[in-house]
Ligand binder design. Structure first.
Ligand code: MIC
Ligand code: SF4
Length: 641
């Protein structure tokens, strides 16, 4: 039988295991990327491994999240990142150069290669035909040190595209349709491979919008073929020599196939507070909108912003709407400036921000109380915008632009004659904000400001675990609930004692104080616990507070791995109805966990308060078990060095 693209690339990189569904494999990582909010931890961990120079083909450190400098913290972190990069063989993309995923797509991504990034939207690279996976910073640090990346062999789902997008319908509407079909947990344990005749009608940035937001499906990653469209894009980026063709064999096997006819799609939005609550824009009649935000790694390419500029040219945004725009990269920004489109945007009343994540991660531009914000971003989790009671809708740039003009959620098809901005034959290439690693690393002094605190390390797993249920939460709890971001909390990413005070603060006022006072305990969760971001702080900070195990109905992939990496045991109910047997405050004991994990015995959680014994399972690979026994990946790596 023929091979799909996923298996072709994985096979080329396989260092351990076999590509049999459900088994564990290890793959070689060619490229890594980090961003500043996860990067400081990743590099502290890399330094702890005492490897002088990265062993990847390419590693890039981006600064794009923590760019608001309201105190010394972020500036300190940036200086640390710049110096540690110079010393250890890492390229450094300076603040102002753009969002990691957009810049990586433009300047570094290579079809057929593997990319591991400490950010959940790393799958953006799948738009170029890469296997690009998001992971915790510690996994990325291990990859930089030359270690492989371990994952459960994913199922491969094909999304077979036919037809072509109608006017005013765009790539964002394609991925919203996929989210509508599969839901935020439909992609867990899967890689989504796009193909079919419709795929060749989509440009690389359009493909990247789709693979980027595949993260919201819970999928391991998403990938497109590398074809003539890919070659044209790389040529326009002055990198045609990086191109290779990658396609699936005609008789390739897939675990599942989803058919989407692009011609039948219409403008869609994801409604509050989940990316899979999808509705047609046309089904809204009069939704008043206070803010429109255009940008983020999902929708801030040159063509995205040119579409917006063309719609807004000569017009002014509605008096009740605040329009903010953040271009995805310096390349995009400068091209808009050079061709006059930036002037059109400014004239329309848009508030132009720097080229960074900005409002997407709550770094400024929080909407008005109880307000409605339409954003071209990828996540609309409650509170992520910085305003707890705001309603966030996710849309395409075209829908966002139409809405900015009318003041109500607007179908772009009402804008009249279609516009379609062509991809430029030549992008503006200027890499002077990307600093190559030093040729004299021995002379580089790594600068650590007072915000950078040493890494807390856990002791090996205890024989038995005992403590209270510190919190019980519902299904689909996101890492934004566990470890919020935003302008106030993000600067503390290098300071675990300080940031841990905010764990669960969005949903539970004094979790941190309670956890510390009780000497830690347990978390009880529903399905898809830990969905969303790759931030390992959602494991590291609870670990610091003494959380010993999370017992849930099911876990999101990256978060489950992060829990293991930091020595917190992820357990699943054998029978999910047992979730009802737990309340906050119950006293739990898991006896002989150490031995039972090691010997593969059944594990029982004793709920002392309710006087019941509840069977749980874990499905952890032998390697994951060894990591837990060692007290986390850092200890494990040291033991195996
Ligand atoms: C996000 O979009 O949530 C982030 C911020 O980019 C995160 C990473 C982080 O929390 O630092 C992600 O998606 O992994
Ligand atoms: Fe940045 Fe938002 Fe993309 Fe995360 S999702 S990398 S915060 S732009």
């Amino acid at each position: 039988m023929g091979k799909n693209i996923v298996h072709k690339i994985l096979e080329n990189h396989l260092v351990e295991g076999a590509l049999a569904p459900g088994g564990e494999i290890a793959i070689r990582i060619d490229q890594t990327l980090t961003q500043d909010a996860t990067g400081t931890m990743a590099y502290l961990q890399f330094e702890a491994m005492e490897v002088p120079r990265v062993k990847t083909e390419l590693s890039v450190s981006y600064v794009d999240h923590n760019t608001l400098q309201t105190g010394f913290e972020n500036a300190d972190d940036h200086l640390y990142l710049q110096t540690v990069a110079a010393k250890h063989g890492i390229y450094f993309s300076r603040p102002g150069n753009g969002i990691c995923h957009q810049v990586h797509l433009e300047r570094f991504g290579v079809p057929g290669k593997t990319l591991l990034g400490s950010d959940s939207h790393t799958p953006t690279g799948g738009g170029l035909g890469m296997i690009a996976i998001g992971a915790g910073g510690l996994d990325v640090a291990v990859a930089m040190a030359g270690g492989p990346f371990y994952l459960t062999t994913p199922q491969v789902v094909k999304v077979h595209l036919t037809g072509a997008l109608p006017p005013w319908v765009s790539a964002k509407d394609v991925i919203l349709k996929v989210l509508d079909i599969m839901s935020v947990k439909g992609g867990v344990g899967k890689i989504i491979e796009y193909g079919g005749p419709g795929a060749s009608s989509l440009s690389v940035p359009e493909r990247a919008t789709i693979t980027n937001m595949g993260a919201e499906l819970g999928a391991t990653t998403s990938v497109f073929p590398s074809d003539e469209v890919t070659r044209t894009f790389l040529k326009a980026q002055g990198r045609e020599s990086d191109w290779t063709e990658i396609s699936a064999d005609t008789d390739a096997h897939y675990d599942d196939v989803i058919e989407i006819n692009l011609s039948k799609l219409e403008p869609l939005v994801a409604c509050p507070h989940s990316p899979d609550t999808v509705r047609p824009v046309a089904s809204f009649s009069d939704l008043k909108v206070n803010q429109v935000a255009i940008g983020s790694c999902t929708n801030s390419s040159y063509t995205d912003l040119m579409q917006v500029a063309t719609v807004l040219k000569g017009k002014v945004v509605h008096p009740d709407v605040s329009l903010v725009i953040s271009p995805g990269s310096r390349q995009v920004y400068k091209m808009l400036a050079d061709n006059g489109a930036l002037g059109d945007l400014i004239a329309s009343g848009a508030r132009i921000l720097e080229s960074a994540c900005g409002p997407c991660i709550g770094m400024g531009q929080s909407p008005v109380s109880g307000g409605v914000s339409v954003r071209t971003f990828n996540r609309n989790f409650k509170g992520r915008s910085g305003t707890k009671d705001a309603d966030i809708y996710l849309s395409s740039p075209e829908t966002a632009a139409a809405t900015a003009l009318t003041g109500t959620l607007a179908d772009p098809r009402t804008l009249g004659d279609p516009i379609k901005v062509p991809q430029p034959e030549q992008f503006l290439i200027d890499d002077r904000l990307i600093i190559p690693p030093s040729d004299h690393p021995e002379d580089v002094v790594v600068r650590r400001g007072p915000n950078i605190k040493p890494l807390p390390v856990k002791e090996p797993l205890r024989k038995s675990l005992e403590g209270e249920v510190l919190i019980k939460v519902d299904d689909n709890i996101t890492t934004d609930h566990i470890m919020p971001a935003g302008a106030k909390v993000l600067p503390l990413r290098s300071n675990i004692p300080a940031i841990s005070q905010y764990v669960f603060s969005a949903i539970n006022e004094n979790f941190a104080q309670r956890a510390l006072k009780k000497d830690g305990g347990f978390i009880v969760g529903g399905h898809n616990y830990g969905q969303g971001s790759s931030r390992e702080h959602a494991a590291l900070a609870p670990m610091y507070l003494g959380v010993k195990a999370v017992i849930a109905k099911s876990f999101a992939r990256i978060h489950r791995a992060n829990l293991v990496n930091f020595g917190i045991v992820p357990l699943e109910f054998a029978d999910e109805r047992d979730y009802d047997q737990f309340s906050q405050g119950d006293l739990l004991i898991i006896r002989n966990l150490h031995t039972d994990l090691k010997e593969g015995n059944k594990i029982l959680v004793v709920n002392v308060t309710k006087n019941r014994e509840i069977p749980v399972k874990h499905g952890l690979s032998p390697r994951f078990i060894d990591i837990l026994l060692a007290g986390g990946l850092l200890n494990y790596t040291k033991q195996h060095a």
